[in-house]
Design a protein around this ligand. Structure first.
Ligand SMILES: Cc1ncc(COP(=O)(O)O)c(C=O)c1O
Length: 408
């Protein structure tokens, strides 16, 4: 594999992509800088066309096929690659076929169709869909566009690094980005290391539950995941290490850190609340690593890639509720009151006096879990002041209503 060729291709890709995709903002984040002690800049690829960086590599790969693209292209993906290939091909007047697992979310299927692809639903998981895509490619001559293990795709993803250097107009000390199959970090690391060598650190972030490259680098041998887990960082859950990407990551990436879903949920919440930035799980992984102090960034100029923003609204609401509950801004209280008229009103009045907004309430008298003559109440309240809740609990307890927080 020619590293020089990938570097030269990344410059070509920069030209080819100009005017086709967005030059996404590179924004200084006061919040994350304040929280970490570094100067943190966010490269907002969640604002890219198709809401992820994937269109860079996909478009450049399809463009590079030249006349061969008349045969059409095919890919297997349930995620951002699907949309990247679909849009890339359509913009280049090329037919695309995307094989998605039967369980792919409807929103992703619709989005991929809307970008112009023919979508085939096949198999229970990504591997089965990929097998089908290979079969169709062999039968029809449609060209496979691999999501990461392809030098052209790698070069296309690398264009982010060129853009960042143009936008920052100084050398960053650290550039941090997520790793799934490794195409993104391979392209970017080649460019950053070629320009600055040891004077720049390229750091990758993997999910703790799918950490192929962290494991593989320990032994020097590529690792494949046996049981593909489910998690928030779905874009980073990739079963097999790539042939090209493993070698590049081994030679060009300085360190790989791991984050879990709770850490990523916190990062998504903070990005949305403070920065008004909507990131998906994979897209928020680098910020999670920074906020959790997994990389020492004190006094350093750091660029973190927010790689995508494709996240279902149901999942966002789940993440927001999780974080609100974890941080004590939504609290569940449970207790028993005498089963007599007026007691529910007493509880609600106390909560209202303490300015605790009731979101939900459940009242259960038909249960053997409490003493006879009592009623069970569960209340969910919103609170910006956790002390107010402790005070109300104390007051209620003092008048014979035993209340406590379900989750402290
Ligand atoms: C949002 C997002 N971030 C990061 C990645 C990881 O990219 P790569 O597979 O090239 O490592 C992906 C891959 O699909 C992604 O969708």
């Amino acid at each position: 594999m020619e590293i020089e060729e990938i570097y030269a291709d990344s410059l070509k890709a920069l030209e080819v992509l100009r005017g086709v995709i967005h030059k996404t903002p590179l924004d200084y984040s006061r919040t994350i800088s304040g929280a970490t002690g570094g100067n943190i800049y966010l490269k907002l690829e969640n604002l890219q066309r198709t809401s992820s960086f994937k269109v860079r590599g996909a478009y450049f790969k399809v463009w590079s096929l030249g006349d061969e693209r008349k045969k059409g292209v095919i890919a297997a993906s349930a995620g951002n690659h699907a949309q990247g290939v679909a849009l890339g091909a359509t913009l280049l007047h090329t037919k695309s076929t995307i094989v998605m697992p039967e369980v792919a979310p409807l929103s992703k299927i619709e989005a991929t169709k809307n970008y112009g692809a023919e979508v085939i639903l096949y198999g229970k998981n990504f591997d089965e869909a990929e097998g089908k895509a290979v079969e169709i490619s062999e039968e029809t001559g449609k060209v496979m566009v691999h999501p990461f293990d392809d030098p052209k795709v790698i070069a296309g993803q690398g264009t982010i690094a060129h853009e960042v250097l143009e936008q920052l107009s100084k050398k960053p000390d650290i550039v941090i980005m997520p790793i799934g199959g490794g195409g993104l970090i391979s392209g970017n690391a080649i460019i950053l290391k070629k320009k600055f060598g040891d004077n720049i650190k390229v750091i990758g972030v993997e999910p703790s539950y799918a950490a192929k490259y962290s494991e593989g680098l320990k032994t020097g041998e590529p690792v494949n995941i046996k049981n593909v887990p489910f998690g928030l960082m779905d874009g980073l859950i990739v079963k097999n290490s790539g042939k090209y990407t493993f070698e590049i990551i081994k030679d060009y990436v300085d360190d790989i850190v791991k984050v879990n879903d709770a850490e990523v949920a916190r990062a998504i919440f903070l990005l949305l609340e403070r920065g008004k930035i909507l990131a998906e799980g994979a897209g928020a992984a680098s910020v999670a690593a920074l906020l959790e102090g997994k990389v020492n960034v004190k006094g350093k100029d750091v660029v973190a890639y927010i790689t995508g923003g494709n996240v279902d609204m149901t999942r966002i609401s789940n993440i927001l509720n999780y974080e609100l509950a974890r941080s004590g801004r939504i609290v569940k209280l449970s207790g028993t009151i005498p089963d007599l008229p007026g007691w529910l009103d007493i509880v609600l009045s106390k909560l209202a006096q303490a300015k605790l907004n009731v979101i939900d309430i459940r009242h259960d008298r038909i249960t053997h879990l409490i003493e006879p003559g009592k009623a069970l109440i569960e209340v969910i309240v919103e609170s910006s002041a956790p002390e107010a809740i402790d005070k109300v609990i104390e007051e209620l307890n003092s008048i014979g209503v035993s209340f406590s927080k379900i989750v402290p």
